[in-house]
Design a protein around this ligand. Structure first.
Ligand SMILES: [Zn+2]
Length: 209
């Protein structure tokens, strides 16, 4: 999945850990369940700090104490989104107007929120607009961070593509060379390019799968 992308289908939970008495115990499972990415702003924890990610109670524990350790009510989110959402829960009239925060298990996130190449998140529904405002998803620093990461990822991707092009050129030449000294030097170049490709491919993993 591409960076900051919102899913076009609802998420079916793969894990069913617990029951645990302390909701924090679920964090490591939620991290796997939701690809180590905040379900609301789509920032991967690899680009932040894992300790700045929280167990998010979709139905706030202050209003739904019986769901405090219910896995189906728990999500993986960054502390920003978790903090801004706080104990918000829509009343019936707000809900009817679409003033609620969508989650990837019950809603198609892409119907509400779209991430843009400029680093912003664009609303695609009233609910999306509401979520962007409540969670401050377009806070200038967040937009700047997203844009920087998107550009950085693109740069690495094009570096990898260029290096792969160079490698296949060298590979073509390899077949034509008869001089053993020249061949050795070319194979050394190929090994260097291969090593660089591996380094970039390793670096790009920070942006998640
Ligand atoms: Zn977030």
């Amino acid at each position: 999945m591409s960076l900051f992308h919102y899913q076009k289908i609802t998420h079916k939970r793969k894990l069913s850990p617990g029951p645990f008495k302390n909701y924090r115990t679920y964090k490591k499972y939620l991290k796997i369940e939701f690809d180590a990415t905040c379900v609301y702003c789509r920032m991967p924890d690899s680009l932040s700090e894992e300790k700045s990610y929280a167990v998010e109670h979709y139905r706030p524990k202050s209003k739904f104490p019986h769901l405090e350790t219910a896995y189906s009510n728990l999500f993986y989110s960054c502390c920003n989104c978790n903090g801004y959402k706080g104990s918000f829960w829509p009343d019936n009239s707000q809900k009817a107007m679409g003033m609620f925060v969508p989650n990837p298990c019950d809603h198609v996130m892409h119907d509400h929120l779209r991430s843009q190449a400029e680093g912003t998140i664009k609303p695609h529904s009233l609910t999306g607009q509401w979520a962007i405002e409540l969670l401050d998803l377009n806070a200038p620093l967040q937009v700047k961070k997203r844009l920087t990461y998107l550009k950085f990822k693109k740069t690495i991707e094009s570096q990898i593509a260029d290096l792969k092009g160079t490698y296949s050129e060298l590979e073509k030449n390899e077949k034509k060379i008869v001089d053993s000294k020249k061949l050795k030097s070319l194979q050394q170049d190929m090994a260097d390019v291969e090593r660089q490709i591996l380094e970039y491919e390793d670096a790009i993993k920070i942006f998640g799968s």
